[in-house]
Design a binder for this molecule. Structure first.
Ligand code: AMP
Ligand code: GLY
Length: 422
């Protein structure tokens, strides 16, 4: 079999690494990939951009490719799955219609309301003056979200009204998020602990993957601006059996059934970002893809075949699938560039002095090869990921990997996993 992974982040490195382990897979191509996928056994990078649908379809039919997994949201939202399926290429990833769940926060909030899926109270605004007027009567903190895609940075938590006013100015007047900020969702602030619930979905069939928890804030103790994710661990002990069932009943099932009613049946990874407060669960957001960095620890724990699972989903045949997990825990620590999530430098040479094992793996994200060197090319650069008998030892192993990596200005959180260590 030949597999093609679309994307160039840490998630895509982990997807390619996992697919390459499959005996039935001869080659995994990654378009365009990074320095990590370039060095992976059985994996080959392609100089094709994720936005070049025509070139992707052409490559797929020439090979031919047996399975495409689309990693990031943008090509999904832009209709890559629809395009490839139309060209007869077996593709795992939702249609653009189904991906609206992530593409538009106002769409997803209206969807939650319509299908009775628990989520924070909200209003949607497309004008500066109406948004300004609304916040006068609200209690704080208050959460302001750009409607469209903003690489995980479009959510601003405003502790006081003056922050909310500045944020509304930023979005509507200074156009901080461009067209993604033409509308905003303003919603009430929820307290609790966050967890990521990610499943493989094919129409009404749902196979939940191992639970995980991300760390969205840039700095230790959840301080600083929101990022795409600074580290993750799996499993998330906060999701006990009872909560697991509750999430299936109150969130996942009504969502996949609602999507069918909206004429957008789902195929792909479906990611619910949840806020959990005792037995109360609320959906913060849906993503139409695997999480980054959740993919890295989750896939390190996956023992059974991902390729088989995706193929079964494409054939709408998940009923016979069983996903087997290593019982070890996994922890992934993101190493970011100086300045991330704001402006950051690229082109810094990375020195690796590490011994990867089957228990310890460095997944690349913003990296590229320049001659024999690996240099930084993005904000989130690497994700040092490790297994351990419990979360504490997985964490220790992951930080041991981090210790052996060096580049100018690198920064990472020191507390990844702490919330799950009881
Ligand atoms: P989202 O992209 O909607 O998941 O938001 C990004 C992050 O902002 C979440 O992971 C939470 O940490 C935070 N967040 C979003 N919405 C809320 C809310 N209503 N209350 C508290 N925190 C929130
Ligand atoms: N880790 C959060 C995300 O993938 O959106």
């Amino acid at each position: 079999m030949k597999v093609l992974i679309i994307g160039n982040g840490g998630r895509e490195h982990a997807l390619a690494w996992k697919c390459a382990q499959d005996q039935s897979v001869k080659t995994v191509y990654v378009a365009p990939g990074n320095a990590g996928t370039a060095n992976e056994l059985k994996v080959q990078n392609l100089e094709i951009d994720a936005s070049d649908f025509e070139a992707i379809a052409k490559f797929c039919s020439e090979q031919p490719i047996d399975l495409v997994i689309v990693g990031p949201e943008q090509p999904l939202v832009d209709g890559l799955s629809d395009y490839l399926n139309h060209n007869g290429v077996p593709t795992f990833g939702p249609s653009a219609r189904a991906a609206r769940l992530e593409a538009s926060k106002s769409f997803s909030k209206d969807f939650f309301k319509k299908y009775d899926i628990p989520s924070a109270d909200y209003e949607v605004f497309d004008s500066h003056s109406m948004a300004m007027h609304y916040i006068q009567s609200q209690t704080f903190p208050l959460v302001i979200k750009a409607d469209g895609l903003a690489a995980g940075k479009g959510v601003i938590i405003c502790p006081e009204i003056k922050h909310a006013k500045a944020t509304i100015d930023d979005i509507f007047l200074k156009k901080r998020f461009g067209d993604a900020g033409k509308k905003v969702v303003i919603e009430s602030f929820l307290e609790g602990e966050e967890a990521s619930f990610i499943a493989v979905v094919s129409n009404t069939q749902i196979i939940p993957l191992a639970t995980s928890q991300d760390h969205k804030a840039a700095y230790d103790n959840d301080l600083g601006p929101n990022t795409g994710g600074m580290g993750a661990y799996s499993p998330a002990p906060i999701i006990n059996d009872q909560l697991h069932q509750q999430i299936m009943d109150q969130v996942m099932l009504p969502t996949v059934n609602g999507l069918i009613k909206e004429n957008s049946p789902y195929l792909g990874f479906l990611y619910a970002g949840l806020m959990i407060n005792e037995n109360d669960i609320n959906v913060l957001e849906f993503n139409c893809r695997f999480g980054d960095p959740e993919t890295q620890p989750i896939l390190m724990r996956m023992q059974s075949s991902l390729v088989e699972l995706c193929n079964a989903a494409i054939k709408n045949n998940l009923r016979d699938q069983e996903v087997i997990w290593h019982k070890e825990h996994a922890c992934g620590v993101v190493i970011a560039a100086d300045g991330y999530p704001s402006n950051y430098k690229t082109g810094q040479k990375i020195n690796f002095n590490t011994n990867e094992t089957s228990q310890m793996k460095i997944f690349h994200a913003g990296t590229k090869k320049v001659g024999n060197d690996v240099v930084t090319s993005g904000g989130r650069v690497l994700c040092a990921t490790a297994l351990g008998d419990d979360l504490k030892s997985a964490k220790q192993n992951a930080y041991m990997l981090v210790d052996d990596i060096n580049f100018e200005g690198m920064h990472f959180r020191k507390d990844i996993g702490n919330k799950g260590i009881l």
